[in-house]
Design a protein around this ligand. Sequence first.
Ligand code: ARG
Length: 468
Amino acid sequence: MKLWGGRFTKPTNQLVEEFQASILFDQELVEEDIQGSLAHIQMLGECKIIPQEDVQKITDGLKRILERVGRGEVQFSLEQEDIHMNIEKLLIDEIGPVGGKLHTGRSRNDQVALDLHLYIRKQTVQLVQLLSQLQVVLLEQAEKYIDVILPGYTHLQRAQPVRFSHHLLAYASMFERDLERLVDSFKRVNTCPLGAGAMAGTTFPIDRNLVADQLGFERIYDNSMDAVSDRDYLVEFLSICSLIMIHLSRLSEELILWSSEEFRYVELDDAFCTGSSMMPQKKNPDIPELIRGKTGRVCGQLFSLLMILKALPLTYNKDMQEDKEGVFDTVRTLTGSLQLMVGIMETIKVNQTQMRENVEQGFSNATDLADYLVNKGLPFRQAHEVVGRMVLFCIQHGKVLLDCSLEEFQSFSTLIEKDIYIKLEVISVVEARKSEGGTAKVQVEKTLKLKKQKLVEIRTWVQDHNKN
Ligand code: ARG
């Protein structure tokens, strides 16, 4: 028996039943659905729309259903289509026809919107928490390896030496922006759609703010049509998640490169790698590869939702049911990726010797020779030309700048003196970059300190928002 059966003269076609049901995935919202119904029924009681004794029966019934769900005793049915009607049907079976009063002044349209707001709110706080754990690990490693130097790259060609910490802190900066984005988006998610009814409001004397307060919402939607058709907060959520995945993917790519025989900069812990079924020597970076691969599907979910919404007329359209699977999949994927990245970064082994060797082999101090000449009065463009010729000379003679004799230096420019040997040392090159945000130790330490302070703020935010 359908809850909406009155208008119909025939049973639903079996294929329609299967095609339109969302219960197989929206049961993920069971807790939110019951939480929302509990707040709704309490408000109906307080506004004297439903007698208090019925409110009590419905409240008790909903709580018992929630417990049964928790114990895994509930079997949801395809015939009841979605989580909302499944719960309502279970309630009526549990307490009798009085259960049918729950849906007074409410539609599934504002109900599903409420469930999704509650769900995204919860997931946003959890993701902030998880991402700040990764941030803690990055900052700890940056502190630990502050004196390790590796080549910095542009075009994947050795460019200038940097502190390993500086490299890690670049990721910390990306994740810090992601944390800010999640925190900022929470303001908009924290808006209550319930009370919009199907789309135009309701004839019952409801109190929308009562429900909103009870559920910890900061405000209510000011337009009932927007309340039921808005999915902007999902687009925003998926877009932030996509960006986090892209940042994780870039980090993964570096871990994959760096752990290869060609680089040998890091070693991933055995617990986070897998072997080959054929080649006994292999230790593969499957987890970073999977994170990189899964980034595609998270970005795909964002695009899919944008396309679902693209030409929808107001207000609710069934197309919107397609918003959920991508969101649930994204939460699962991002949560798993973050947890694993925490583990990988916590246990990573850093091969300082190899990093150092690569710095010393190359010409990553060439800019410093040019800057030296500039300091002696040569225009930068001419200095660039002189050093370029000198690098070519070194390549032809199979050596690096520091292998050259003073006479050789001076044959390219008489401005060069003995102090050049100190200036071109790796540590001098790194420490010379004292500009704000540069790789010199003072600057890296300063950034590290600021990031730690920011994390304290974020953690306080998590504590304040973990309640609901
Ligand atoms: N299962 C639906 C969804 O997820 C719930 C809302 C259905 N509303 C309706 N009028 N058919 O979107």
